[in-house]
Ligand binder design. Structure first.
Ligand code: SAM
Length: 270
């Protein structure tokens, strides 16, 4: 097949990518047959997968709105994904046009498409880097040019941590990021969880599907995710199923565990 403009020559379109599978769950068009087949296998195992992606995006939107209302004007969105409806810079700059946003992702399609939609926006940029190299992110020229780390920054690690293996020490990654942040900064995180969900083999099947990609799936429970906010004070309501995080209506928080993702927002005191 002919490669679309947004698909860099370096990518293997026969191997599913988690970024492009997520784009498919969200109804996007930046995905290939291999991504769609893997995403459909995931939906067969976990029928809530598209709902999970939508609920996670809604959480991200409410979290950014909360942060802007709290006075945050700088955002470092790591594992930002292929741009979709309601990207961080759109939400933040609509309310506070002076907001600055740096997107980071390892996926070349996510980076290329982000670069395209950000052209002409001198308060938002994107770079290709791996969350597992936090020092490289913090010292990257695009970060140091656009963000002032002596002022509060919101670090967003939304729907990414379940792609970081325990041996890659997520606790140390977060400690490094936290150590670079000024008081009043925030950490927003969500990740796939099976806390209290009844097991019907869906976890094993989901893990099997994601082994087709470069990213294995690492499910974590509420206690472990809460522990990764170490050093941050969780804002109410803490780490919850994402629909329960400051829902816009009580109905939107019903059957919240079907969203599969748990998330929270922490503030760095001091
Ligand atoms: C499920 S998407 C989430 C996108 C967005 N944060 C959201 O919540 O809608 C996960 C993204 O994380 C990226 N990703 C996975 N592992 C990563 C890593 N180690 N460093 C940076 N990005 C990573 C993937 O490429 C993908 O774009």
């Amino acid at each position: 097949m002919q490669r679309p403009d947004w698909a860099p020559d370096t990518i293997d379109i026969e191997r599913p990518s988690v970024a492009r599978m997520y784009d498919y769950y969200l109804g996007g068009s930046h995905n290939f047959a291999a991504d769609r087949a893997a995403a459909q296998a995931m939906v067969a195992a976990v029928p809530e997968a598209p709902l999970m992606a939508q609920a996670n995006r809604a959480f991200l939107r409410r979290a950014v709105q909360f942060l802007v209302e709290s006075g945050v004007r700088q955002f470092l969105d790591i594992g930002s994904g292929i741009p979709t409806v309601g990207n961080v810079h759109e939400i933040a700059q609509r309310v506070a046009p002076d907001s600055r946003v740096v997107y980071v992702d390892v996926d070349p399609v996510a980076v290329a498409h982000s670069r395209e939609i950000l052209s002409g926006n001198d308060r938002a940029t994107v770079l290709r880097e791996d969350l597992r190299n936090p020092e490289r992110i913090l010292t990257h020229p695009e970060v140091t040019k656009l963000l002032d780390l002596t002022e509060p920054v919101a670090v967003m690690i939304v729907a990414v941590l379940h792609f970081v293996a325990p041996e890659d020490r997520p606790d140390e990654i977060l400690r490094t990021l936290r150590g670079a942040l000024a008081p009043g900064s925030y950490l927003v995180m969500s990740q796939a969880s099976d806390d209290g969900r009844s097991e019907s083999g869906e976890r094993a099947e989901a893990e099997r599907v994601y082994r087709r990609t470069d990213n294995q799936l690492w499910i974590r429970g509420r206690a472990e995710l809460t522990g990764l906010f170490d050093g941050f004070q969780l804002v109410e309501p803490g780490v919850v199923w994402v629909p329960q995080w400051r829902p816009e209506s009580p109905e939107s928080a019903e059957d919240a565990e079907r969203a599969v993702f748990m998330g929270g927002v922490g503030r760095l005191g001091g």
